[in-house]
Design a protein around this ligand. Structure first.
Ligand code: PBG
Length: 323
């Protein structure tokens, strides 16, 4: 036989054949949709830096949550923009804080929808850093104490999962212990375990009004060239009590997702961040990309690399496309 017996094209010959042998499937069950809540009444304002995303106020976020739930998306990830910021971000754990009130409204409008909260001080501090600043540095241990107060107050308001995104050492342990001590043993922790100091967060910092007023986040978020270190970060967070670990960003860090998948047994989440999303949106707006096709290719790649869960601003679009 001079010609190959093996013809790889046989299994690509029709839509049904391709469907039959498809290895990776993006489904709505594994998506998390980020939501931004700010002070005010009747707010539903488009976010300029993030096409297709909106700022809501606590009184309008319930309707949005109900729509997300009706699309079959299991969870939202909540970010808050307070009216008043201070040095330590004290609005972050205020009982009547913007996030705490939003949780209540979401739970009322869509009881079955999981509410995940971002636990980080950068949106709440006047300097925009993720913790307490001492001598121009973010102080690790005192920040952990404040993050713990923040996580507890989210749990008290009804959050199902808290998601620390600050990259302080030891914060997962502090949060886990405090949740246990206060009767929130069933509130899960999704830790931003391997979060890089990435330039892909630009549009989000605009949306969340959380850009640091001085310096950058490189002394606490991970250095992009490092991969072994990401495994150490993830291992520590699991040991400290994280239920789900996250790699962020996703697209430029597919190798990290892949390595984490090979090595750890817990669910791995990947955050398809604002810059990754807006690159595609911008290319599509310029007539250079088919947004829907690129969206599905990007999410499929993240899933194929090994992520069980994807946090994406496209969650609603995907749900509509797949329904
Ligand atoms: C920190 C936080 C950030 C993002 C999520 N949580 C920004 C940062 O670390 O500066 C970025 C998300 C995105 O870019 O989509 N609270």
């Amino acid at each position: 036989m001079s010609f190959p017996m093996n013809r790889m094209r046989r299994l690509r010959s029709s839509p049904a054949m391709r469907r039959l042998v498809r290895e990776t499937k993006v489904g709505v069950d594994n998506l998390i949709y980020p939501l931004f809540v700010r002070e005010g009444k009747g707010v539903r304002e488009p976010i300029k830096s993030m096409t297709g995303c909106f700022h809501f106020s606590p009184d309008t976020i319930g309707a949005e949550a109900a729509e997300v739930a009706s699309l079959g998306i299991p969870a939202v990830l909540l970010f808050g923009l307070p009216d008043k910021k201070d040095e330590i971000g004290s609005q972050a754990w205020a009982e009547d804080g913007v996030v705490q009130r939003a949780i209540e409204q979401i739970k009322r409008a869509a009881p079955e929808l999981l509410v995940i909260t971002d636990v980080c001080l950068c949106e709440f501090t006047s300097h925009g850093h993720c913790g307490v600043v001492k001598d121009d540095k973010v102080d690790n241990d005192s920040t952990c104490g404040l993050l713990t107060k923040m996580a507890l107050s989210h749990a008290q308001a009804g959050a199902d999962i808290v998601a620390p995104s600050d990259m302080m050492d030891g914060r997962v342990k502090c949060i886990r212990e405090t949740l246990e001590e206060n009767g929130f043993e069933n509130v899960a922790i999704m830790s931003y375990a391997a979060k890089y100091a990435s330039a892909f967060y630009g549009p989000f910092r605009d949306a969340a009004e959380s850009a640091p007023a001085f310096g950058d986040r490189r002394a606490y978020q991970m250095d992009p060239p490092n991969a072994d270190e990401a495994m150490a970060e993830i291992a520590l967070d699991i040991e400290e009590g994280a239920d789900i670990v996250m790699v962020k960003p996703a697209l430029a860090y597919l190798d990290i997702i892949y390595r984490a998948r090979q090595r750890f047994d817990c669910p791995i989440a990947a955050y398809n961040v604002s810059g990754e999303y807006m690159m595609v949106k911008s290319a599509a707006a310029a007539g250079l990309a088919d947004e829907q096709a690129v969206m599905m290719e990007v999410l499929t790649a993240i899933k194929r690399a090994g992520a069980n869960i994807i946090i994406t601003y496209w969650a609603k679009d995907v749900a509509r496309l797949l329904s």
